[in-house]
Design a binder for this molecule. Sequence first.
Ligand SMILES: Nc1nc2c(ncn2[C@@H]2O[C@H](COP(=O)(O)OP(=O)(O)OP(=O)(O)O)[C@@H](O)[C@H]2O)c(=O)[nH]1
Length: 883
Amino acid sequence: MSDEKKLTLSGRGTLGAGKGVETGKVRQSFSHGRSKPVVVERKRKRTLKKGPGAAADADAATNEQAAPQKTGEAKPAPTGGGRGGAQKPRRPQGGGRGGLTQAEIAARTGALRQAQEEAERRKVEEERRRREEEALRKAREAEQAQAEQEEAAAETEARRRAEEAAKQAAEDKARKAREQEERRKAEEAARLEQESEEARKRTERARAAARAAGTPEAESADSAGARKKKGAKGAAAKKAEAAKASKGRGEEKRRSGKLTVTRALADDDERQRSEAAAKRRERRRRQREIAGDGDKAERKSREVVIPEAITVQELAQRMAEKAPAVIKALMGMGVMATINQTLDQDTAQLVVEEFGHKVKRVSEADVEEGLIGDEDDAGDLRSRAPVVTVMGHVDHGKTSLLDALRKTDVVAGEAGGITQHIGAYQVQLGDGNKITFLDTPGHEAFTQMRQRGAGVTDIVVLVVAADDGIMPQTVEAINHAKAAEVPIIVAINKIDKPGADPTRVRNELLQHELVVEAMGGDIQDVEVSALQGTNLDKLEEAILLQSELLELKANPDRNADGVVIEAKLERGRGPVASLLVRRGTLKVGDVFVAGAEWGRVRALVDERGQQLKSAGPAQPVEVLGLQGTPSAGDDFAVVENEARAREIHEYRQEKLRSKRTTAAPASLESMFSAIREKQATEFPIVVKGDVQGSVEAIVSSLEKIGNEDIRARVLHAAVGGITESDVTLAAASEAIILGFNVRANKQARDAAEQNGVAIQYYAVIYDLIDDMRELMAGQLAPEVREETLGLAEVREVFTAGKRGRAAGCLVLDGKMRAGAKCRILRDDVVVYEGDIASLRRFKDDVREVEAGTECGLMFANFMDVKKGDQIECYVQTEHARQL
Ligand SMILES: Nc1nc2c(ncn2[C@@H]2O[C@H](COP(=O)(O)OP(=O)(O)OP(=O)(O)O)[C@@H](O)[C@H]2O)c(=O)[nH]1
């Protein structure tokens, strides 16, 4: 590119040309940095013959050469046309100045002018662009400056806030210190006042004594007292004044406010705060306001549920309060607690009340609350079928009788269904009445159910074979029925047999305090033959009559509850339970809890294998849909939803687990505590002896022990060793078993251990009676006797500590004793009963304060003591009872 030349379009540059016309390329640079190659044309100088005007032409030619020959940019003369001079045709020689034609000159001049105009235009364009860029840059700079300014403002704001917070904290601290100081001063003043009062009294007493003695000391004592009083008063006044002055100074100081750099800056910040910051602040203020209002609204109506134990954090959350505030409140009560510390229910209650919320105490067992709903209104009750258990001695015909009674069912006869064992069945009589029979006969099953708390039986049918009479298990059955306080109907069976003697049976029953109607008593008896089906209708009539007397009623229109009679796991059907509905109606789809299991009723099947949609009161039914297998004797109840059922299931499973791990000790103590809990007035006993004579002697002696509060109740007394049946009875009635010269067999021992039944062995009747007397006396709560110690009157009430109130009292009578009990009487009405928490004389804790002396009293959990209240101080002593 040797022939490239740098050209400028400023218009000032000299455009040179070589000899003749030569073409070449030059790179053209623009002021804004761009460049591009340009084809240039070089012209050789022409040598012209001298002629007129030659000089001028030469000049003109020289001038012409100065004109740019730029392709595309500087347009050549119209004759030239096309791109660049390279294609330009040679001009015809001659004519015009310096050999150029006029047209050429004009074209060149035009081109020159155009080039100048173009340059001018570009310059303007460049200038415009530069200005635009400049404006843009300035705008950016301004933006940046603005952002920086805002950032700085925010920073300043944050600093100001931090300073403000620090200042506030310092002020709070100072205020607290001042308050503390003021309180201390007030207390000091009160103490001084009290001291001066006492000094005055002492002086008065001295003066009185002096007057009595007739000495002039009275005067001096008087004046000394006055001086002292004046001094004390003066001191108190001075202190109070000083306190006032310091308070005043403090306030003044606060008001004046020293101007510090920080403060000045803070003020400036206030003025300089950006609009965005102001908006942010406003938004935060609104949020705070909303949060504050919400808090207040909630606080008014909040009911805080407190379980048996709760952590500080949990309690704070339930109250919607801050944990530190709760800790502070606890500190105020003298309890130093961390956030994770567990509080007992009482303490938690105090805290909740302190914050002004309502308390709802719950215990773990509350999960079962409401499970067995409320009692029904009398108006909702409808008569229900009685539930009957058949008992009696072996082979007296219990099973035969149950089978015979089953056949009396009119519905079964019509339907002809095959009966199946579901633990109970219901017969419908011709008149529409129904009777439910539990078809596991015998007193063992009966008592086992009772032991589980399922007293489902309304009536016991005692089967006695007319040819055999009363036998040991008949007696047991009688005693079990009596222990359960269930009425008995005697079915004298096998009357078809040749040796049957119903009268003998009736006579023997008398020995067991069962007086049948035929003998003037109120026990119904029916002669039946299970084998031949004789008098079964009469037996059923007797049952219905008894049930009428019992007024057996239930509300069918409610959620069902009742008892599990049997439960098993069946292949293909899953857990199956036979339930006896006690109240309400059990329906398909109901969610229910049975013992520690739960389920949703998938199907209901009766004893004839028929699918039911629902089962009402006293109706036995087999239910499918359980998640697990409950135990016979467990309660069942329909619940509102699955969640509730699961909750109860989990709670009961947990209870079962803990019960398994902590086996019940077979001790007297555990039995007694159970009895005590029930505040029993009866002491149930099962007696087993070696001979009838000793058993009778023991029973009659036991019946003599006792007073109006407690008495022995012999549930069962018989000759023979202690059996499992005895233990079951004792367990069901929470009784003790006494063995006189007899022992328990292995099964009985195991059962006793399992059920926590106490068995005591004796060989001497007197020992047995003495022990029982002592045990029964031990059952009675010790007698509490009260001894009044003294009476005091509240003369003044002071603030003690942060929250406490102390009563300045004068003991009027007897004495006040620290730790003793007291009653606060206001206008002869007891306003508080509790403990004396502290007893002080001046500043010292003392044990006792005698009559005529002043003292300070504080009470446990009571602040509302008032001037004029009377304090009755007393102690309680416990005395063991004797029978
Ligand atoms: N003659 C006569 N025999 C009867 C009558 N009732 C029952 N039996 C018979 O007495 C025997 C015992 O009857 P069960 O019904 O098994 O007596 P149980 O009380 O249930 O006996 P366990 O189940 O062993 O306690 C059977 O052989 C019956 O046939 C009756 O009314 N008359």
